[in-house]
Design a protein around this ligand. Structure first.
Ligand code: SF4
Length: 216
């Protein structure tokens, strides 16, 4: 199947925006480092609010660490870029979240378990955006090299049909050096970089990586 150039699509969407008023956009974000470049890309065009619904993250200490790191970055972002971005937090419930992912427990990252994980979080966030009158919704997840941008955009397009009012903003934030800029910003702001995607299924692999990194 031919791949869609979602980066190009995002530029076309920006071009078509009204020039007299910034539309509102609810942005699903999973951590500070992944939010860096997407916020610089979106904030000149949208009035952005972050939605932090990431019950996939395990254990809870890690969840709160990522949330706090995101908040820390938003302070720097306000100081250096002049945009104030609020965060809406949902209840953390990893146990329930994992129930329908368990059947894919043994899978490597990047398969059905992950597609379901993208969908669960985007579905909740899209629903919130739709119910609360946001003009647009999107997610930072396409910044990640490990995540399938084709799938993320395809799932979100279907969610737009399901919810109807809020418009999905297509993205491929990693493209056109987005991923390099995100990396530079992470280093510049000294943000905590997690060593695994988030769930308990990848947690052990993250620990192993950390042990190798620090020679434990
Ligand atoms: S690897 Fe990441 S995207 Fe995949 S199920 Fe785990 S947390 Fe979700």
């Amino acid at each position: 199947m031919n791949k869609i150039n979602y980066y190009k699509k995002s530029l076309e969407e920006l071009e078509a925006l009204p020039k007299d008023k910034k539309p509102s956009l609810l942005l699903h974000a999973c951590c500070g480092p992944c939010s860096t470049f997407p916020l610089t890309f979106l904030c000149p065009h949208f009035d952005v609010t972050i939605f932090f619904n990431n019950s996939n993250i395990y254990p809870s200490e890690e969840y709160f660490r990522r949330l706090n790191e995101l908040k820390k970055f938003l302070e720097f972002f306000k100081r250096d870029y002049g945009y104030e971005v609020k965060v809406i937090e949902t209840k953390y419930d990893n146990e329930n979240y994992n129930k329908d992912l368990e059947k894919f427990a043994d899978q490597d990252e990047g398969k059905e378990r992950c597609f379901l994980c993208y969908e669960k979080r985007m579905d909740q966030a899209f629903n919130f955006a739709n119910e609360n009158g946001y003009d647009f919704f999107t997610t930072v997840m396409t910044i990640s090299r490990q995540k399938n941008s084709q799938k993320i955009n395809e799932i979100a397009r279907k969610l737009q049909e399901k919810y109807g009012k809020t418009h999905y903003f297509f993205s491929d934030f990693k493209k056109n050096k987005g991923i390099d800029i995100a990396r530079e910003m992470r280093i510049h702001y000294d943000l905590y970089q997690q060593l695994y995607c988030g769930c308990k299924f990848t947690y052990e692999k993250g620990l192993k990586k950390e042990a190798e990194k620090y020679g434990k």
